[in-house]
Design a protein around this ligand. Structure first.
Ligand code: ZN
Length: 382
């Protein structure tokens, strides 16, 4: 048996007036998805446990079968794992954004004007040289997204993600570790401002110690791979022993290489893996941009460039089961993630299910199941 998990990040949405009250999932032309839903089973999943923030870190941890309420320690340590940064037992990782805070104290830009990765690497090197030490280590990442590793005595603080502060008064960290964090953030201004970029300081958030996730292989007895363009998902792979298969044309953007991801799945399964996860970020980016056309287009790319040929290719590999769901909704009207349950689809090549419609309305009547239970449901039939 081969297993495939398809994750169109943030694809669930809400009815949109421009689509005559339909959602992007309902409006997109997706003949293969429609046919799979008619022969499979659909339902709703609570991918974000009660009381947790609807981040991709939480939702994707659920999809991989790990209860975030039990295993999630923070976003930054997952990204650190994705970048190959190991945390010692007495250390925590923080996300370290390059941001622009206005003279009036507002969070003018959580992305610091989108510096290039090369520009940002110089800033981060200067931060390490002037403010870092053996115990306080800045690690460069991509564009405005970087990491800071510090002793775990710095862990106890409430930090607001900078993208939740856009255009509003910047709410600085509070709690026992806040003075140390605040001192470092304030000291970063003289370093960051020197570079003539829009960014003028760092913002620390998303902290956590190294999460202890049991290996996917040990839990399910299956060899798994995944492909993604996002460090967070790479990190979940690194932490669970799921092999991360890099696809050269994977961008995390609308122009990503859908065929490359599909072929990575088929090739990895043909090479002996039992299960493969295809993650595509484009639907989430379109939601954040409020771009309805791109969201619909990304879903149609999923259908035509991944699902159709994937189902044909899987037939050559024997019996298969497929699970499809997003990690949270990213409604285009709200341009941010929500806590609502998301629709899921499970298809078995040999056993037809009750059938249904894969959409928000098509699954609205089913009671939500915990998202982390679906992996067990997918792999229950061998
Ligand atoms: Zn997401």
């Amino acid at each position: 048996m081969k297993y495939v998990v398809c994750v169109p990040d943030g694809c669930a949405d809400e009815p949109v007036p421009e689509l005559d009250g339909r959602t992007p999932l309902e409006a997109a032309s997706m003949p293969t998805l429609g046919a799979l839903a008619r022969r499979g089973e659909v339902g709703r999943a609570a991918v974000i446990p009660a009381g947790m923030a609807p981040g991709s870190d939480v939702g994707n941890m659920s999809i991989l079968g790990y209860d975030p309420a039990r295993y999630h320690t923070g976003r930054a340590p997952i990204e650190a794992a994705g970048r190959g940064v190991r945390l010692g037992p007495g250390e925590v990782a923080y996300r370290c954004n390059l941001v622009t805070v206005g003279g009036d104290g507002t969070m003018a830009d959580f992305a610091g004007g989108h510096p290039s990765t090369e520009e940002a690497a110089e800033v981060v090197a200067a931060l390490q040289a002037e403010l870092g030490s053996d115990e306080v280590r800045f690690h460069p990442g991509v564009q405005y997204r970087h990491l800071l590793v510090v002793p775990s005595t710095w862990a106890d603080a409430d930090c607001v993600p900078p993208h939740d502060l856009s255009g509003r008064a910047a709410v600085w960290p509070t709690g026992p570790a806040a003075p140390a964090l605040r001192a470092l953030m304030e000291a970063s201004r003289s370093v960051v401002s020197r570079f003539g970029l829009a960014a003028n300081q760092v913002w620390l958030w998303g902290q956590g110690h190294q999460p202890q996730l049991p290996a996917f292989r040990d839990r399910h007895g299956l060899e798994a791979g995944l492909t993604t363009a996002v460090d967070l998902i790479r990190g979940l792979g690194a932490l669970t022993g799921i092999e991360v298969v890099e696809v050269e044309g994977a961008t995390g953007w609308y122009d990503t290489d859908y065929e490359g991801k599909r072929d990575a799945c088929l090739t990895t399964l043909a090479g002996g893996a039992d299960l493969f996860v295809i993650h595509v970020e484009a639907t989430d980016e379109a939601g954040h941009a409020g771009d309805l056309d791109e969201k619909v287009r990304a879903l149609e790319h999923w259908d035509r460039r991944i699902l159709g040929p994937l189902v044909e290719g899987l037939a050559d590999l024997g019996p298969w089961r497929l699970l499809l769901l997003p990690d949270h909704p990213t409604p285009v009207a709200l341009r941010t993630h929500t806590l609502d349950p998301v629709p899921w689809l499970l298809v078995d090549s040999e056993h037809d299910g009750p059938g249904g419609t894969y959409s928000e309305a098509g699954t609205a009547g089913s009671p939500p199941v915990p998202g982390h239970e679906l992996m067990g449901r997918l792999t229950a039939r061998r």
